[in-house]
Design a protein around this ligand. Structure first.
Ligand SMILES: *Cc1c(COP(=O)(O)O)cnc(C)c1O
Length: 256
């Protein structure tokens, strides 16, 4: 019943429905273990490398928000599926030359870690008369190869975001250490939650840090036990990716 590694590819809508049901059941169980309401966790399907046909199936099954790492890929899918009411969440590092696209079509950006990006994004959004939900990416693993702010920088960063009225700050996002040592993975999630707890009483007006986006196919149950409100799951829903993740993440991340 459990879609665990090696992740089986879902080719038909029935297989996709089965994987989604399995993930939802595992989310519910993880919530139960720590006395949380399963409604407090949002499953964000991560659709990088997944083709349009299977995305349309996922949409039929109720996946109306899709997470993409690369802006070009998200934009192409957005344009190809204008007939569906899909919301796009950008979960990967944003290069400044892609800001104009994100401002146009994205509904959420989970990987904010630079003031320059915040400022330019805010300005573009203003031109389009749009707002964007954003999460601040934090590097909780201490790995140089990961994007995100170091935890000590987050308080100052948040203060400096205050003038950017088109950005709705909603929470924090992290990628845990890639390790077989579950305690080390858990420690990353604990760090993010504790950081959030230390900041949330002192926020500029209009900002919130209620969202904690943490946990992926391999570690989402631990993340939920530690307070995740958004889990970003790709492979456990759609199947193993052929494209290695270093294509999507900074160099040196050759562990998957
Ligand atoms: C690809 C990706 C995920 C999902 O990873 P899976 O192993 O497919 O669940 C989550 N977050 C980010 C930032 C990603 O790039």
């Amino acid at each position: 019943m459990l879609n665990k590694p090696p992740y089986r590819k879902a080719n038909t809508i029935e297989e996709l429905a089965e994987n989604l049901a399995t993930i939802q059941a595992r989310i519910a169980l993880a919530c139960e273990r720590v006395g949380r309401d399963k409604q407090s966790v949002r499953l964000l399907p991560v659709t990088k490398t997944v083709d349009e046909e299977r995305l349309r199936m996922a949409y039929q099954l109720g996946c109306t928000t899709m997470g993409e790492n690369k802006v070009q890929e998200a934009l192409a899918k957005y344009e190809a599926m204008q007939d569906l009411a899909i919301k796009w969440s950008i979960i990967g590092h944003l290069q400044t030359n892609k800001i104009k696209y994100v401002a146009r079509f994205a509904d959420e950006f989970q990987a904010l870690d630079s003031l320059k990006v915040a400022e330019q994004l805010n300005e573009r959004l203003r031109q389009h008369n749009r707002t964007l939900d954003v999460l601040i990416q934090v590097n909780t693993s201490g790995e140089e190869s990961k994007y995100g702010l170091v935890p000590q920088e987050v308080a100052t960063f948040i203060e400096k975001l205050a003038p950017f009225k088109q950005l709705n700050v909603k929470g924090l996002m992290t990628l845990a250490l890639f390790s077989a040592d579950q305690q080390k993975v858990r420690d990353c999630f604990i760090l993010l939650r504790q950081l959030r707890d230390s900041l949330r009483d002192n926020l500029p007006e209009g900002m919130s840090l209620e969202e904690l986006s943490m946990g992926m196919s391999g570690d989402f149950e631990i993340a939920i036990e530690e307070g995740a409100t958004i889990v970003r799951i790709g492979q456990a829903i759609f199947g193993a990716r052929n494209i290695p993740d270093w294509h999507y993440w900074p160099e040196n991340n050759t562990h998957l």
